[in-house]
Design a protein around this ligand. Structure first.
Ligand SMILES: *Cc1c(COP(=O)(O)O)cnc(C)c1O
Length: 370
């Protein structure tokens, strides 16, 4: 992690201060107006809400601080991902996407990009660092991958992709800019679903694209204006509030995940355990080099579908829900969405419950699941 992260977190909490005048609210107002006072055509900071609003500005300022890059916000992670791909690709281009990444990104490749004349190649995350990128225009990676938690060496993939003339886009959803910094490791764009840990309370869909090439970021911003993929002001407010506690929540979530993963490792009913923080996890070596902490997601298998469902039903401190990164621990069988995983595979998102209390509930439910 860059050493300046604590300073950035502190600045994030006070980012509005320099712009305040006497009597201004400390918390950014939710500005619902779609239209702004505009007596002359030039020079207004806002003119129509599809192009920008004061509430968006507050969140973009926070995310720009964390990413150390220009940021354009979107109404969901998929809106951010589709914007980044549609802006960097065109008919006749080739994109490499992970075969084991977020499944809707793969569907977008298959149903939208392919229909517009883009060749979509799927490569497993663990094979990306050695893949042949000749003729590839965009390499898209997601690490740790969702849900398998395989890790790609971002610096190695980015430098090989760049040598082949490709742009590199990283989906950093599972890590957030506090735990992993793909732009520092050579990527051109970072995309993320802020629906997850950044919003943090499972009550707002949101996403962003960040990058350090202003001409490219201008195209992303213009794409948002032309496609109309714009976040609502209330969601922006919720994400602004979520980002203020992101560092605090992540430190609890990662610490608890490390503790639980370590205990699951010694449990007789668990197979296929994946957590990049475990010393014997296949991803551990690269994870140590490029991640500031090992995250809050754990993957493991129980004997079969019935055992996995019985475990989930028996644990009162795990929500049976999709998505991750919220304050409540949550888990689900990913096979139900068609992910290429075993029927008894669970992805557990560790929340902010007190660690030992959560572990006791998990241990008891594992006994029931038999
Ligand atoms: C959830 C998720 C997305 C999509 O985000 P939405 O806000 O649901 O559109 C994209 N990538 C990853 C890795 C995700 O986990």
């Amino acid at each position: 992690m860059s050493d300046d992260i604590p300073a950035r977190v502190a600045r994030l909490l006070h980012h509005r201060k320099a712009g305040l005048v006497l009597g201004d609210p400390i918390v950014p107002p939710v500005v619902l107006s779609t239209t702004f006072h505009l007596p002359a055509a030039q020079g207004a900071s806002h003119y129509y809400a599809r192009s920008g609003t004061p509430t968006w500005d507050s969140v973009e300022a926070q995310l720009s601080l964390l990413e150390d890059a220009e940021t354009v916000i979107f109404p969901s992670g998929m809106a951010a991902i589709s914007a980044a791909l549609l802006v960097t690709l065109r008919a006749g281009a080739t994109v490499v996407i992970p075969s084991d990444g977020y499944y809707v990104t793969r569907l977008f490749g298959r149903d939208v990009l392919a229909a517009y004349g883009v060749t979509v190649r799927e490569v497993p995350t663990v094979e990306l660092a050695g893949a042949d990128f000749a003729g590839v225009d965009v390499v898209y990676l997601e690490t740790p991958s969702n849900p398998g938690l395989d890790v790609a060496d971002i610096r190695a993939v980015a430098s090989r992709a760049r040598a082949a003339g490709a742009r590199i886009i990283a989906d950093n959803t599972t890590m957030t800019p506090l735990l992993q910094r793909p732009l520092d490791l050579g990527c051109d764009l970072v995309v993320a679903a802020d629906t997850k840990a950044p919003a943090g309370h499972s009550d707002a869909l949101f996403g962003h694209v960040s990058g350090r090439d202003s001409a490219l970021m201008d195209r992303i911003r213009e794409f948002r204006r032309q496609s109309g993929a714009v976040p609502g002001p209330f969601e922006a407010f919720l994400v602004h509030r979520g980002l203020e506690t992101l560092e605090l929540r992540l430190s609890r979530m990662c610490a608890t995940a490390g503790l639980i993963a370590g205990r699951l490792a010694g449990h007789s009913r668990i197979r296929g355990l994946r957590y990049p923080g475990l010393a014997d996890d296949p991803a551990h070596g690269i994870a140590r080099r490029q991640m500031a902490d090992f995250g809050f997601l754990i993957g493991f298998e129980l004997a079969d579908e019935a055992a996995a469902e019985a475990f989930l039903a028996a644990c009162p401190l795990i929500d049976q829900a999709t998505s991750f990164g919220g304050v409540h621990s949550a888990a689900e069988r990913r096979a139900r969405w068609g992910d290429r995983v075993a029927p008894g595979f669970l992805r557990l998102s560790v929340g902010i419950e007190p660690a030992e209390t959560l572990w006791s509930a998990i241990a008891a439910a594992l006994d029931v699941a038999g």
